[in-house]
Ligand binder design. Structure first.
Ligand SMILES: O=P(O)(O)O[C@H]1O[C@H](CO)[C@@H](O)[C@H]1O
Ligand SMILES: Nc1nc2[nH]cnc2c(=O)[nH]1
Length: 291
């Protein structure tokens, strides 16, 4: 059995980060937006931005992946105080799942009331096209089937209960708002509802793995999101999430296409404006809920 990283279970460790952030930013955020690979541009829409670099914050992990700048952007969107994480952490970077998810707990201590989570993902569902978005209605946590969990270890009841439900992890009402917002920004014909699956990475999937994912009902595959959603749900935060489909997963040995991170970042860039508009509309429609 692997050793537990004890500092990450220590509330004082997280409180120290929260205290530092409080001393630097004038307004406490109500909503956390996590930007997926290449999606950091979502933060450009924030008004009166205040930037904190991850390396200034005590105990905060550092971004190591291209397309993840490593900055927190505080400000407002539709009058809602928000914080945008331009850069998230992944298990394949070498972080424990506890470390991957500490930002959620830090932000909860700062007073956030909800989470918007985004990612770049491969389209497993054959109907999905590059450039589509998938509103996340559920996930398949392959890590948990293997006994890997960010909440493994001592439970801190001040954050949440040891045993907690996940069957409504992706808020149904927020998902409906997301659908409406997508239609309003011209994405109706490129918008799906589906199941996100987590794969550890850092490699992309084999053909056999993609065929397996198709069989078990995964619509989009990535290397993130699930640990953060687990910790958000544990501490009672409503979650809205979407995947941006950056590549079609290869499910045939005859297909010579290969996924590539630089190309994935380019694909996100090409659709950046629409995705920003989607987030703006979503926050506009839900602002009352966070204030
Ligand atoms: O999930 P995000 O952070 O968007 O990134 C996705 O893109 C990277 C692979 O290209 C992986 O990190 C995968 O998880
Ligand atoms: N695991 C995985 N992550 C991705 N992120 C973006 N595309 C992909 C993909 O095809 N597979």
């Amino acid at each position: 059995m692997s050793a537990l990283p004890t500092d990450e279970f220590n509330r004082g460790f997280i409180e120290e980060s929260a205290r530092f952030i409080r001393s630097q930013v004038p307004v406490a955020p109500k909503l956390l937006i996590i930007c997926g690979s290449g999606l950091g541009g979502l933060a450009d829409t924030i008004e009166k931005p205040v930037t904190l670099s991850y390396d200034e914050i005590p105990n905060f992990p550092q971004s190591t992946v291209p397309g993840h700048a490593g900055e927190l952007i505080f400000g407002t969107l539709s009058n809602v105080p928000v914080v945008c994480m331009k850069g998230r952490f992944h298990y394949y970077e070498g972080y424990s799942l506890q470390k991957v998810t500490t930002p959620i707990r830090i932000m909860q201590l700062l007073g956030i009331k909800g989470l918007i989570i985004t990612n770049a993902a491969g389209g497993v569902n054959k109907a999905y096209q590059v450039g589509d978005i998938m509103l996340i209605k559920d996930h398949l946590n392959f890590f948990a089937f293997g006994g890997q969990h960010p909440l493994r270890g001592p439970n801190d009841p001040q954050f949440g209960a040891r045993f907690f439900p996940m069957n409504r992890a992706y808020d149904r009402a927020l998902l409906e708002v997301g659908k409406r917002a997508a239609a309003e920004v011209g994405l109706a014909n490129h918008c799906h509802e589906g199941v996100y699956g987590i794969y550890s990475g850092p490699n992309y999937e084999t053909v056999a793995e993609i065929k397996y994912l198709q069989l078990v009902g995964v619509d989009a595959i990535g290397m993130s999101t699930v640990p953060e959603v687990l910790v958000a749900k544990h501490c009672g935060l409503p979650v809205f999430g979407f995947s941006f489909i950056t590549n079609k997963c290869v499910d045939s040995y005859e297909d010579a296409e290969e996924p590539n991170h630089a190309h994935i970042l380019d694909v996100v860039q090409a659709k950046a404006k629409k995705l920003k508009n989607l987030v703006i509309k979503f926050v506009e429609h839900t602002s009352d809920q966070w204030l």
